[in-house]
Design a protein around this ligand. Structure first.
Ligand code: 5GP
Length: 220
């Protein structure tokens, strides 16, 4: 049986950026981990650079590339970042090179970036981006998840909750799809459906379909 989640191999296509945004604590990291662990989906993570301090559970080069402020500014100045933003007092940005390579090779990358970064990507490469906004089922649950993570100090959690309330949740209109993350399995299956459909979008493989159809018709 052919796995419906696997990219259609018959027709070559350009890959896309699967952008996932949410206020911190909405469960996006867990979702992202599940998506990356599923080999059939053939996804890779766009690893951002950040000036934020590394959390004890994080590995440099796997979750982020941790940089000094000066290093970050250099990358920005040399145009090596596809987008960048200041979030909760730290700088974050997406290295450009790996993204261009993946898209040209017909592969999808997951982006865990905020609404400011999403806005920049949409301005620069609308056709190459599919955007999903993840909402928590309630503010109570959002707070509980942040506290359960227990990796940030209380004032950091408060700052993040305040940002979620004041700036982030209101940005849902920027996104192609909105998912309420009540249950990881349910949310995962919704993201999978989006992937399957978006991989079949005509505009990603117009030339290849044209070639395929010409051969099909010549084959009478
Ligand atoms: P955290 O510090 O919890 O890892 O991430 C904080 C926020 O920064 C999250 O909303 C995350 O999506 C966002 N973020 C992480 N990397 C990037 C990036 O490269 N660009 C932008 N614009 N936001 C990012």
């Amino acid at each position: 049986m052919v796995d419906a989640a696997k990219p259609a191999e018959i027709i070559r296509r350009r890959g896309f950026m699967l952008i996932l945004s949410s206020p911190s604590g909405a469960g996006k990291s867990t979702l992202t981990k599940h998506l990356l662990d599923d080999e059939a989906l053939d996804l890779s993570l766009s690893i951002s650079v950040t000036t934020r301090a590394r959390r004890s559970s994080e590995v440099d080069g796997k979750h982020y590339y941790f940089k000094t402020r000066q290093e970050f500014e250099r990358l920005r100045a040399t145009n090596d970042l596809l987008e960048w933003a200041e979030v909760h007092g730290n700088f974050y940005g997406t290295p450009r090179g790996p993204v261009e390579e993946a898209l040209a090779a017909g592969r999808e990358m997951i982006f865990d970036i905020d609404y400011q970064g999403t806005q920049q990507v949409l301005q620069r490469a609308r056709k190459d981006a599919v955007t999903i906004f993840i909402l928590p089922p309630s503010m109570k649950e959002l707070k509980a998840r942040l506290e359960r993570r227990a990796e940030d100090a209380a004032d950091v959690i408060d700052r993040r909750l305040e940002a979620a309330r004041a700036q982030e949740i209101e940005r849902w209109r920027l996104y192609d799809y909105v998912i309420v993350n009540r249950d990881v399995q349910e949310a995962l299956s919704q993201v999978r459906s989006i992937l399957v459909a978006e991989r079949l979008r005509r505009s990603r493989s117009e030339e290849a379909i044209d070639g395929f159809v010409k051969k099909l018709l010549a084959d009478a």
